[in-house]
Design a protein around this ligand. Structure first.
Ligand code: FAD
Length: 403
Protein backbone atom coordinates (compact mmCIF):
# COMPACT_ATOMS: atom_id res chain seq x y z
CA UNK A 1 0.00 0.00 0.00
CA UNK A 2 1.21 3.51 -0.82
CA UNK A 3 2.42 5.59 2.12
CA UNK A 4 0.24 8.66 2.76
CA UNK A 5 1.82 11.83 1.39
CA UNK A 6 3.28 14.23 3.94
CA UNK A 7 2.21 17.83 3.46
CA UNK A 8 4.14 20.24 5.66
CA UNK A 9 2.99 23.84 6.04
CA UNK A 10 5.52 26.12 7.73
CA UNK A 11 4.11 29.31 9.25
CA UNK A 12 0.56 29.88 10.46
CA UNK A 13 -0.02 33.45 9.29
CA UNK A 14 -2.50 34.65 6.67
CA UNK A 15 -1.06 32.36 3.98
CA UNK A 16 -0.17 29.20 5.91
CA UNK A 17 -3.32 29.10 8.02
CA UNK A 18 -5.45 29.42 4.88
CA UNK A 19 -3.64 26.45 3.28
CA UNK A 20 -4.23 24.34 6.41
CA UNK A 21 -7.90 25.35 6.73
CA UNK A 22 -8.54 24.92 3.00
CA UNK A 23 -7.15 21.38 3.06
CA UNK A 24 -9.06 20.62 6.26
CA UNK A 25 -12.33 21.68 4.64
CA UNK A 26 -11.93 20.22 1.16
CA UNK A 27 -9.55 17.27 1.28
CA UNK A 28 -11.03 13.85 2.03
CA UNK A 29 -7.98 11.61 1.46
CA UNK A 30 -5.40 10.21 3.85
CA UNK A 31 -2.45 12.58 3.34
CA UNK A 32 -0.70 13.64 6.57
CA UNK A 33 -1.18 17.39 6.88
CA UNK A 34 0.98 19.23 9.42
CA UNK A 35 1.15 22.90 10.28
CA UNK A 36 4.26 24.11 12.12
CA UNK A 37 4.48 27.59 13.55
CA UNK A 38 6.63 29.20 16.20
CA UNK A 39 3.71 30.20 18.42
CA UNK A 40 0.61 28.17 19.20
CA UNK A 41 -1.58 31.09 18.20
CA UNK A 42 -2.30 33.17 15.13
CA UNK A 43 -2.75 36.95 15.33
CA UNK A 44 -3.88 39.61 12.90
CA UNK A 45 -0.70 41.42 11.92
CA UNK A 46 -2.95 44.11 10.48
CA UNK A 47 -4.05 44.99 14.03
CA UNK A 48 -0.64 45.03 15.70
CA UNK A 49 -0.69 48.83 15.95
CA UNK A 50 -3.66 48.50 18.31
CA UNK A 51 -1.85 45.96 20.48
CA UNK A 52 1.17 48.30 20.58
CA UNK A 53 -1.02 51.10 21.96
CA UNK A 54 -3.06 48.85 24.25
CA UNK A 55 -6.41 49.38 22.48
CA UNK A 56 -6.48 45.67 21.60
CA UNK A 57 -5.58 43.24 24.34
CA UNK A 58 -3.20 40.34 23.79
CA UNK A 59 -5.91 37.95 24.97
CA UNK A 60 -8.29 39.15 22.29
CA UNK A 61 -5.55 39.20 19.65
CA UNK A 62 -4.47 35.56 20.15
CA UNK A 63 -6.32 32.95 18.12
CA UNK A 64 -5.12 29.52 19.19
CA UNK A 65 -4.51 27.16 16.27
CA UNK A 66 -5.86 24.17 18.12
CA UNK A 67 -9.18 25.99 18.47
CA UNK A 68 -9.59 26.59 14.74
CA UNK A 69 -8.02 23.43 13.35
CA UNK A 70 -9.74 20.06 13.16
CA UNK A 71 -6.94 18.09 14.81
CA UNK A 72 -8.21 14.83 13.27
CA UNK A 73 -7.31 16.27 9.89
CA UNK A 74 -4.42 18.68 10.53
CA UNK A 75 -1.66 18.11 13.05
CA UNK A 76 -0.30 21.26 14.68
CA UNK A 77 3.27 21.45 15.99
CA UNK A 78 4.61 24.49 17.84
CA UNK A 79 8.23 24.82 16.81
CA UNK A 80 10.59 27.44 15.48
CA UNK A 81 12.02 26.50 12.10
CA UNK A 82 15.77 27.02 11.89
CA UNK A 83 16.55 25.63 8.47
CA UNK A 84 14.98 24.40 5.25
CA UNK A 85 16.88 21.63 3.46
CA UNK A 86 15.11 21.29 0.10
CA UNK A 87 17.50 18.69 -1.32
CA UNK A 88 16.80 16.32 1.59
CA UNK A 89 13.08 17.20 1.68
CA UNK A 90 13.27 18.18 5.30
CA UNK A 91 12.86 21.15 7.59
CA UNK A 92 14.79 21.51 10.84
CA UNK A 93 13.29 23.14 13.89
CA UNK A 94 14.36 23.62 17.52
CA UNK A 95 12.31 20.56 18.41
CA UNK A 96 13.49 18.18 15.67
CA UNK A 97 13.51 17.41 11.97
CA UNK A 98 10.41 17.17 9.81
CA UNK A 99 10.40 15.35 6.49
CA UNK A 100 7.91 16.14 3.76
CA UNK A 101 6.73 15.14 0.30
CA UNK A 102 5.25 18.58 -0.32
CA UNK A 103 6.34 21.72 1.52
CA UNK A 104 4.42 24.98 1.75
CA UNK A 105 6.60 27.89 2.84
CA UNK A 106 4.55 30.58 4.57
CA UNK A 107 7.06 32.03 7.02
CA UNK A 108 6.10 35.66 6.46
CA UNK A 109 8.20 38.79 6.78
CA UNK A 110 11.00 40.36 8.74
CA UNK A 111 11.53 44.10 9.21
CA UNK A 112 14.09 45.47 6.78
CA UNK A 113 16.61 47.87 8.31
CA UNK A 114 17.92 48.82 4.85
CA UNK A 115 21.42 48.91 6.35
CA UNK A 116 20.64 51.98 8.48
CA UNK A 117 23.01 52.02 11.45
CA UNK A 118 21.45 51.68 14.90
CA UNK A 119 18.03 50.37 13.82
CA UNK A 120 18.41 46.95 15.43
CA UNK A 121 19.91 48.40 18.60
CA UNK A 122 17.78 51.45 19.31
CA UNK A 123 14.43 51.07 17.54
CA UNK A 124 11.34 49.03 18.32
CA UNK A 125 9.70 47.13 15.47
CA UNK A 126 6.06 46.32 14.99
CA UNK A 127 6.82 42.83 13.77
CA UNK A 128 4.96 40.39 16.02
CA UNK A 129 2.47 40.25 18.85
CA UNK A 130 5.28 40.07 21.42
CA UNK A 131 7.09 43.00 19.80
CA UNK A 132 3.85 45.03 19.90
CA UNK A 133 3.35 44.20 23.59
CA UNK A 134 6.88 45.44 24.30
CA UNK A 135 6.09 48.77 22.64
CA UNK A 136 2.90 49.09 24.70
CA UNK A 137 4.75 48.38 27.95
CA UNK A 138 7.55 50.80 27.05
CA UNK A 139 5.19 53.70 26.25
CA UNK A 140 3.10 53.07 29.34
CA UNK A 141 6.22 52.94 31.56
CA UNK A 142 7.64 56.12 30.06
CA UNK A 143 4.37 58.00 30.64
CA UNK A 144 3.88 56.63 34.14
CA UNK A 145 7.48 57.35 35.17
CA UNK A 146 7.46 60.88 33.75
CA UNK A 147 6.33 62.24 37.09
CA UNK A 148 9.76 61.17 38.42
CA UNK A 149 12.03 61.44 35.36
CA UNK A 150 10.64 64.80 34.14
CA UNK A 151 12.44 64.06 30.88
CA UNK A 152 10.29 65.45 28.01
CA UNK A 153 12.08 63.15 25.54
CA UNK A 154 10.38 60.23 27.31
CA UNK A 155 7.13 61.55 25.86
CA UNK A 156 8.44 62.07 22.33
CA UNK A 157 7.65 59.15 20.04
CA UNK A 158 9.32 58.98 16.65
CA UNK A 159 7.89 56.77 13.91
CA UNK A 160 10.32 55.96 11.10
CA UNK A 161 8.36 55.17 7.96
CA UNK A 162 5.17 56.73 6.61
CA UNK A 163 3.66 53.65 4.97
CA UNK A 164 0.66 51.79 6.37
CA UNK A 165 2.30 50.41 9.49
CA UNK A 166 3.83 53.68 10.65
CA UNK A 167 0.76 55.79 9.93
CA UNK A 168 -1.71 53.40 11.56
CA UNK A 169 0.52 53.24 14.63
CA UNK A 170 1.05 57.01 14.86
CA UNK A 171 -2.68 57.71 14.45
CA UNK A 172 -3.71 55.09 17.01
CA UNK A 173 -1.24 56.55 19.50
CA UNK A 174 -2.31 60.14 18.81
CA UNK A 175 -5.95 59.29 19.43
CA UNK A 176 -5.02 57.78 22.81
CA UNK A 177 -2.76 60.58 24.05
CA UNK A 178 -5.55 62.54 25.80
CA UNK A 179 -6.42 59.47 27.84
CA UNK A 180 -2.78 58.56 28.57
CA UNK A 181 -2.04 62.11 29.72
CA UNK A 182 -5.14 62.14 31.91
CA UNK A 183 -4.28 58.81 33.54
CA UNK A 184 -0.66 59.78 34.13
CA UNK A 185 -1.31 63.40 35.13
CA UNK A 186 0.70 64.84 32.26
CA UNK A 187 0.23 68.18 30.50
CA UNK A 188 -1.23 67.25 27.10
CA UNK A 189 1.09 69.77 25.39
CA UNK A 190 4.26 67.83 26.22
CA UNK A 191 3.91 64.47 24.36
CA UNK A 192 4.51 64.51 20.64
CA UNK A 193 4.38 61.99 17.82
CA UNK A 194 6.63 62.61 14.82
CA UNK A 195 6.51 60.56 11.61
CA UNK A 196 9.52 60.58 9.32
CA UNK A 197 9.20 59.39 5.72
CA UNK A 198 11.31 59.39 2.62
CA UNK A 199 8.47 60.02 0.16
CA UNK A 200 6.89 63.40 -0.55
CA UNK A 201 3.54 62.23 0.77
CA UNK A 202 2.67 59.68 3.42
CA UNK A 203 1.03 56.40 2.27
CA UNK A 204 2.68 56.34 -1.17
CA UNK A 205 0.40 53.49 -2.34
CA UNK A 206 -2.50 55.97 -2.47
CA UNK A 207 -3.17 58.87 -4.83
CA UNK A 208 -1.75 62.19 -3.63
CA UNK A 209 -5.31 63.46 -2.92
CA UNK A 210 -6.01 60.55 -0.58
CA UNK A 211 -2.55 60.83 1.00
CA UNK A 212 -3.07 64.57 1.60
CA UNK A 213 -6.41 63.87 3.24
CA UNK A 214 -4.73 61.33 5.57
CA UNK A 215 -1.99 63.86 6.27
CA UNK A 216 -4.44 66.54 7.33
CA UNK A 217 -6.28 64.06 9.57
CA UNK A 218 -2.98 63.22 11.27
CA UNK A 219 -2.07 66.88 11.65
CA UNK A 220 -5.45 67.47 13.31
CA UNK A 221 -4.48 64.79 15.79
CA UNK A 222 -1.26 66.71 16.48
CA UNK A 223 1.10 64.35 14.62
CA UNK A 224 4.08 66.06 13.03
CA UNK A 225 5.07 64.73 9.60
CA UNK A 226 8.58 65.13 8.22
CA UNK A 227 8.43 64.20 4.52
CA UNK A 228 11.19 63.77 1.92
CA UNK A 229 13.57 62.94 4.74
CA UNK A 230 16.21 60.21 4.55
CA UNK A 231 16.98 58.45 7.80
CA UNK A 232 20.75 58.23 8.06
CA UNK A 233 21.28 56.73 11.50
CA UNK A 234 19.50 55.89 14.69
CA UNK A 235 21.21 56.58 17.98
CA UNK A 236 19.93 56.22 21.53
CA UNK A 237 16.99 58.65 21.68
CA UNK A 238 17.91 60.29 18.38
CA UNK A 239 17.10 59.87 14.70
CA UNK A 240 19.53 61.51 12.31
CA UNK A 241 17.90 62.63 9.06
CA UNK A 242 18.89 64.38 5.87
CA UNK A 243 16.44 66.52 3.97
CA UNK A 244 17.35 68.63 0.91
CA UNK A 245 21.02 68.01 1.66
CA UNK A 246 20.69 69.34 5.21
CA UNK A 247 21.41 67.07 8.14
CA UNK A 248 19.47 67.34 11.42
CA UNK A 249 18.27 65.24 14.36
CA UNK A 250 14.90 64.43 15.87
CA UNK A 251 14.95 63.50 19.55
CA UNK A 252 12.69 61.07 21.36
CA UNK A 253 13.13 58.12 23.68
CA UNK A 254 10.74 55.81 21.86
CA UNK A 255 11.69 55.12 18.27
CA UNK A 256 9.57 52.82 16.09
CA UNK A 257 11.06 51.41 12.91
CA UNK A 258 8.35 50.71 10.33
CA UNK A 259 10.16 51.57 7.12
CA UNK A 260 9.60 48.29 5.28
CA UNK A 261 9.84 44.52 5.35
CA UNK A 262 11.61 41.70 3.57
CA UNK A 263 10.94 37.96 3.45
CA UNK A 264 11.76 35.47 6.21
CA UNK A 265 15.40 35.14 7.23
CA UNK A 266 15.04 31.33 7.21
CA UNK A 267 14.30 31.57 3.50
CA UNK A 268 17.01 34.20 3.03
CA UNK A 269 19.66 31.83 4.46
CA UNK A 270 18.35 28.69 2.73
CA UNK A 271 19.75 27.13 -0.42
CA UNK A 272 16.58 28.07 -2.32
CA UNK A 273 17.36 30.97 -4.67
CA UNK A 274 15.69 34.07 -3.23
CA UNK A 275 15.81 37.85 -3.16
CA UNK A 276 15.85 39.23 0.38
CA UNK A 277 14.07 36.16 1.75
CA UNK A 278 11.46 36.11 -1.03
CA UNK A 279 11.23 33.29 -3.58
CA UNK A 280 10.19 33.78 -7.20
CA UNK A 281 7.25 31.48 -7.88
CA UNK A 282 5.56 30.44 -11.10
CA UNK A 283 1.91 30.98 -12.03
CA UNK A 284 0.93 28.10 -9.70
CA UNK A 285 2.95 29.51 -6.78
CA UNK A 286 5.42 26.65 -7.18
CA UNK A 287 9.08 27.24 -6.43
CA UNK A 288 10.93 27.29 -9.75
CA UNK A 289 13.87 25.22 -8.46
CA UNK A 290 12.01 22.63 -6.36
CA UNK A 291 8.70 21.44 -7.74
CA UNK A 292 7.51 19.97 -4.42
CA UNK A 293 7.70 23.38 -2.74
CA UNK A 294 4.95 26.01 -2.86
CA UNK A 295 5.38 29.48 -1.44
CA UNK A 296 2.63 31.80 -0.21
CA UNK A 297 2.46 35.26 1.36
CA UNK A 298 5.36 37.59 2.04
CA UNK A 299 7.96 34.90 1.23
CA UNK A 300 6.69 34.69 -2.36
CA UNK A 301 7.33 36.98 -5.29
CA UNK A 302 4.32 36.49 -7.52
CA UNK A 303 3.79 38.43 -10.71
CA UNK A 304 0.72 38.98 -12.88
CA UNK A 305 1.28 40.49 -16.34
CA UNK A 306 4.80 41.47 -15.19
CA UNK A 307 3.47 43.50 -12.26
CA UNK A 308 4.83 42.22 -8.97
CA UNK A 309 2.21 42.27 -6.22
CA UNK A 310 3.04 44.15 -3.03
CA UNK A 311 3.01 41.75 -0.08
CA UNK A 312 -0.22 42.13 1.89
CA UNK A 313 -2.44 40.03 4.11
CA UNK A 314 -5.05 40.03 1.37
CA UNK A 315 -2.57 38.60 -1.14
CA UNK A 316 -1.26 36.02 1.36
CA UNK A 317 -4.78 34.81 2.17
CA UNK A 318 -5.73 34.46 -1.49
CA UNK A 319 -2.50 32.58 -2.17
CA UNK A 320 -3.29 30.27 0.75
CA UNK A 321 -6.77 29.53 -0.61
CA UNK A 322 -5.32 28.85 -4.04
CA UNK A 323 -2.60 26.46 -2.83
CA UNK A 324 -5.14 24.55 -0.71
CA UNK A 325 -7.33 24.08 -3.80
CA UNK A 326 -4.35 23.08 -5.95
CA UNK A 327 -3.00 20.57 -3.42
CA UNK A 328 -6.43 19.10 -2.88
CA UNK A 329 -6.80 18.47 -6.62
CA UNK A 330 -3.27 17.09 -6.99
CA UNK A 331 -3.57 14.79 -3.98
CA UNK A 332 -6.79 13.42 -5.47
CA UNK A 333 -4.96 12.78 -8.75
CA UNK A 334 -6.87 15.46 -10.68
CA UNK A 335 -5.44 17.85 -13.25
CA UNK A 336 -5.10 21.41 -12.00
CA UNK A 337 -4.01 23.94 -14.57
CA UNK A 338 -5.66 27.15 -13.31
CA UNK A 339 -3.04 29.85 -12.55
CA UNK A 340 -3.13 31.98 -9.41
CA UNK A 341 -4.89 35.30 -10.00
CA UNK A 342 -4.84 38.05 -7.41
CA UNK A 343 -8.16 39.83 -6.92
CA UNK A 344 -7.30 43.21 -5.43
CA UNK A 345 -10.39 44.26 -3.52
CA UNK A 346 -8.88 47.33 -1.95
CA UNK A 347 -6.80 48.67 0.90
CA UNK A 348 -7.78 50.74 3.92
CA UNK A 349 -5.51 52.57 6.35
CA UNK A 350 -7.11 53.23 9.71
CA UNK A 351 -6.61 56.55 11.46
CA UNK A 352 -7.64 55.68 14.96
CA UNK A 353 -10.73 53.56 15.54
CA UNK A 354 -13.31 55.73 13.80
CA UNK A 355 -11.48 57.32 10.90
CA UNK A 356 -9.39 56.22 7.93
CA UNK A 357 -8.69 56.50 4.22
CA UNK A 358 -8.61 53.85 1.55
CA UNK A 359 -9.66 52.37 -1.74
CA UNK A 360 -12.38 49.74 -1.82
CA UNK A 361 -13.30 48.16 -5.14
CA UNK A 362 -11.55 51.07 -6.92
CA UNK A 363 -13.49 53.75 -5.02
CA UNK A 364 -11.88 56.17 -2.56
CA UNK A 365 -13.29 55.97 0.95
CA UNK A 366 -12.65 58.30 3.89
CA UNK A 367 -13.77 58.90 7.46
CA UNK A 368 -16.24 56.62 9.26
CA UNK A 369 -16.91 54.63 6.09
CA UNK A 370 -13.21 53.84 5.75
CA UNK A 371 -13.07 52.83 9.43
CA UNK A 372 -16.14 50.65 8.92
CA UNK A 373 -14.53 49.03 5.87
CA UNK A 374 -11.31 48.39 7.81
CA UNK A 375 -13.31 46.65 10.55
CA UNK A 376 -15.23 44.70 7.90
CA UNK A 377 -11.97 43.49 6.35
CA UNK A 378 -10.66 42.35 9.75
CA UNK A 379 -13.96 40.66 10.60
CA UNK A 380 -14.12 38.99 7.20
CA UNK A 381 -10.75 37.40 7.93
CA UNK A 382 -12.01 36.16 11.29
CA UNK A 383 -15.13 34.78 9.63
CA UNK A 384 -13.01 32.91 7.09
CA UNK A 385 -11.04 31.14 9.81
CA UNK A 386 -13.63 30.63 12.55
CA UNK A 387 -17.10 31.62 11.37
CA UNK A 388 -19.51 34.03 13.07
CA UNK A 389 -18.53 32.83 16.54
CA UNK A 390 -15.00 34.04 15.97
CA UNK A 391 -16.26 37.40 14.68
CA UNK A 392 -18.36 37.94 17.80
CA UNK A 393 -15.51 36.92 20.12
CA UNK A 394 -12.58 38.62 18.45
CA UNK A 395 -14.10 41.09 15.99
CA UNK A 396 -13.64 44.82 15.58
CA UNK A 397 -16.76 46.92 16.04
CA UNK A 398 -17.39 50.66 15.99
CA UNK A 399 -18.16 51.05 19.68
CA UNK A 400 -16.27 48.10 21.03
CA UNK A 401 -12.56 47.90 21.55
CA UNK A 402 -10.86 46.16 24.45
CA UNK A 403 -10.07 49.59 25.85
C1 FAD B 1 2.16 46.26 11.52
C2 FAD B 1 1.70 45.74 10.18
C3 FAD B 1 0.49 46.17 9.65
C4 FAD B 1 0.03 45.65 8.44
N1 FAD B 1 -1.17 46.07 7.96
C5 FAD B 1 -1.66 45.51 6.82
C6 FAD B 1 -2.95 45.87 6.34
O1 FAD B 1 -3.64 46.74 6.91
N2 FAD B 1 -3.43 45.23 5.24
C7 FAD B 1 -2.71 44.25 4.61
O2 FAD B 1 -3.21 43.67 3.63
N3 FAD B 1 -1.47 43.91 5.01
C8 FAD B 1 -0.93 44.50 6.11
N4 FAD B 1 0.31 44.14 6.54
C9 FAD B 1 1.07 43.13 5.81
C10 FAD B 1 0.57 41.74 6.21
O3 FAD B 1 0.51 41.62 7.61
C11 FAD B 1 1.48 40.68 5.63
O4 FAD B 1 1.56 40.86 4.24
C12 FAD B 1 0.93 39.29 5.95
O5 FAD B 1 0.98 39.06 7.34
C13 FAD B 1 1.71 38.21 5.21
O6 FAD B 1 1.16 36.97 5.52
P1 FAD B 1 2.11 35.69 5.62
O7 FAD B 1 1.23 34.52 5.83
O8 FAD B 1 3.07 35.69 4.50
O9 FAD B 1 3.01 35.98 6.90
P2 FAD B 1 2.59 36.20 8.40
O10 FAD B 1 1.18 36.58 8.54
O11 FAD B 1 3.64 37.08 8.97
O12 FAD B 1 2.77 34.75 9.03
C14 FAD B 1 4.00 34.14 9.15
C15 FAD B 1 3.85 33.02 10.16
O13 FAD B 1 5.05 32.28 10.22
C16 FAD B 1 5.44 32.12 11.56
N5 FAD B 1 6.89 32.03 11.57
C17 FAD B 1 7.78 32.99 11.18
N6 FAD B 1 9.03 32.52 11.30
C18 FAD B 1 8.92 31.27 11.77
C19 FAD B 1 9.87 30.28 12.11
N7 FAD B 1 11.17 30.49 11.99
N8 FAD B 1 9.42 29.10 12.55
C20 FAD B 1 8.08 28.86 12.68
N9 FAD B 1 7.16 29.76 12.38
C21 FAD B 1 7.57 30.95 11.94
C22 FAD B 1 4.91 33.37 12.25
O14 FAD B 1 4.81 33.17 13.64
C23 FAD B 1 3.58 33.53 11.57
O15 FAD B 1 2.60 32.71 12.16
C24 FAD B 1 0.82 44.68 7.73
C25 FAD B 1 2.04 44.28 8.26
C26 FAD B 1 2.49 44.80 9.46
C27 FAD B 1 3.81 44.36 10.01
Amino acid sequence: MQQPKKILITGGGYGGLKVALGLQRKYQGNAEITLISKHDYHYQTTLLHKVAIGTLSARKARIYYRKVLDLNKVCFIKDKIKQISPKENKVIGNGGEYSYDILVIALGFKPNNFGVKGVDKYAYKLSSLNAALKIDKNIENKFKEFVHTKNPNDLQIIVCGTGFTGIEFAAELATQLDELCLICGIDRNIPKVTCIGRSKHILPVFSSALAKSAESKLKNLGVEILSSADIKEIKEGEVVIESNGVSSSVYGNTIIWSAGVKGSEIVEHSSIPNKNGRICVDAQLQCKDFDNIYVVGDCAIAADKDAIHAPTAQLAAQMGDYVAELLCAKLEGKDFTKPFKFNHRGTVCSIGHTDGVGIVYHKNVKGEIAAFMKNTIENKWLYSIGGLNMVFKKGQFRYRTSN
